[in-house]
Ligand binder design. Structure first.
Ligand code: 5AD
Ligand code: SF4
Length: 484
């Protein structure tokens, strides 16, 4: 599969005009990279709404443009500079003053260097300072060049404005909630510990309150986000440390919450309590993204992953014993320095053993400041290309096999939105597969049993069961197990 995609600009949601303004100021945010950036984009929009900014999906009408950037691989970071070049042209052509801000992980990593490379940029803001955005934007609009890449002592979450219920509703029935940020694992290829800082967890009460507000506004599914989400260790008002499992158990009891997901996890933090939560909580969806990166012990050691292939496979065995229908997803890197053909064969063998429902795979990209970049024996680009191609072919075959195994089954689908055609609805299966079906818009926000009829390249087609006919007892106890 390919890189996590460029996030689409979200639908405009109206905000009141600022005092003295004849029209609301327009805000255009484009997010790159991971889901946490997508979540951060919503929180930035919420922070700027009281300042009179309404979101727009049209770059040309924006008074404030925010590029919410990703630094994980070189290509992602370089893409930002070509985007900035294009926005500079638009800015110069605009009759109105346009403020250009760079947020996210490139902002954190490169700081003032961004303004040196692209003078059209007015504001550089790191992920820990989004609660300061109103002030930073005011200063930038007054003509200052502003850079804020602090790791402030105050938590941004205590200061970020909450969205209105109407805004939350407009964003759909599935919402992200960041519960944890940063990473202490220091995998030797990864910039995250440097750009997002040390692991920190939000207090459980704040998370529960945020989820309650989402539910009141009509949300039915939350995805708990963290760079290392299963290392969650929020401290409550009584000084007790909570785990992700404890948090999931509490959230599962909230009336109206149909589904809980979480991402991204580290194998080392997948403890017995969390595995038991998968066994016990029907709301915890049977889909787990658990990156392994490589199947070679030598490479896993060089990556400083703190697990080997056998312990990963044993873990998968325990998780499947607890929740037999769980579908798995992973991240892979090919061509880490020193990776031989034999190491790569170990990765393919691990993929064969596990059987993934979906996966992301990448060519290794040396990141400045990470230990991996200084290792000898970098793998030639052509070798990386060829390995990536072989790995992706195998993963794609598994993905398609997994999707095909849904045909003929009745799956619960959270109906999320109108489909592309009139009378059509779009939703997601428990396994995160996109499903489309015919049905009334009144079903949006409900979980419906859906008979899966066929499978397309990226989605399943289904239909609401004939009410006169009782559901045939599903003969398959779990989705077809891919591994032998
Ligand atoms: N090169 C290639 N892929 C990387 N990832 C993280 N850092 C790098 C890098 N330097 C991948 C890992 C991680 C995912 C989010 O991005 O697979 O799990
Ligand atoms: Fe990066 Fe490893 Fe931390 Fe994941 S666990 S964010 S790959 S350092």
């Amino acid at each position: 599969m390919t890189d996590p995609t460029l996030q689409q600009p979200r639908l405009p949601v109206d905000a009141p005009a600022a005092e003295g303004e004849t029209r609301p100021l327009k805000l255009f945010i484009r997010s790159f990279g991971c889901q946490m950036n997508a979540y951060d984009a919503t929180r930035m929009a919420d922070a700027l709404a009281p300042e009179g900014y309404a979101e727009t999906g049209t770059l040309e009408e924006a008074d404030l443009v925010v590029l919410n950037t990703c630094h994980i691989r070189e290509r992602a970071a370089e893409k930002i500079y070509s985007e900035l070049g294009k926005i500079r042209e638009m800015k110069e052509a605009s009759a109105r003053p346009v403020t250009l801000a760079v947020a996210g992980c490139v902002a954190q990593a490169e700081g003032a260097e961004i303004i040196r490379r692209q003078r059209a940029v007015d504001l550089v803001v790191g992920p820990q300072s989004y609660h300061r955005l109103p002030d930073l934007v005011r200063r930038a609009r007054a003509g200052a060049s502003v850079v804020d890449t602090d790791f402030p002592v105050e938590s941004k979450f205590d200061h970020l404005a909450a969205p209105s219920a109407a805004k939350t509703r407009a964003r759909g029935v599935s919402a992200f909630v960041t519960v944890q940020e940063g990473c202490d694992k220091f995998c030797s290829f990864c910039v995250v510990p440097y750009t997002r800082g040390a692991e920190s967890s939000r207090p459980p009460e704040a998370i529960v309150a945020e989820v309650r507000a989402l539910l009141d506004a009509g949300v039915r599914e939350v995805t708990l986000l963290g760079q290392n989400v299963n290392a969650y260790h929020g401290i409550d008002a009584a000084g007790r440390a909570w785990t992700l499992a404890g948090l999931a158990r509490t959230l599962a009891d909230l009336p109206g919450l149909a589904r809980i997901r979480y991402t991204t996890s580290h194998p080392r933090d997948m403890d017995a309590e969390l595995i038991a939560a998968h066994r016990d909580l029907p709301a915890l969806m049977p889909f787990l993204h658990l990156p392994v990166q490589s199947g070679s012990d030598r490479i896993l050691h060089a990556m400083n992953r703190k697990h080997d292939a056998a312990s990963y496979l044993a873990l998968i065995g325990e998780i499947r014993a607890a929740r037999p229908d769980i579908a798995l997803s992973s991240d892979f890197i090919v061509g880490f320095p020193g990776e031989t053909e034999a190491d790569f064969a170990d990765t393919l063998a691990l993929v064969e053993r596990v059987g993934f429902a979906s996966a992301f795979s990448f060519k290794y990209s040396p990141r400045p400041g990470t230990p991996g970049a200084d290792l000898p024996d970098h793998v030639p680009a052509a070798v990386m290309d060829e390995r990536l191609h072989r790995l992706q072919a195998l993963l794609e075959e598994q993905r398609q096999r997994f999707n095909r195994s849904a045909v003929g089954r009745r799956l619960d689908v959270l109906i999320e939105k109108p489909g592309r055609h009139p009378g059509q609805l779009g939703g997601r299966s428990p396994y995160l597969q996109a499903v489309h079906l015919e049905g009334p818009a009144s079903l949006i926000g409900t979980v419906q049993p859906v008979d899966i009829l066929s499978v397309g390249p990226n989605s399943l087609a289904g239909r609401l069961p004939d009410l006169g006919r009782p559901a045939a007892e599903d003969p398959t106890p779990a989705l077809e197990r891919l591994a032998s």
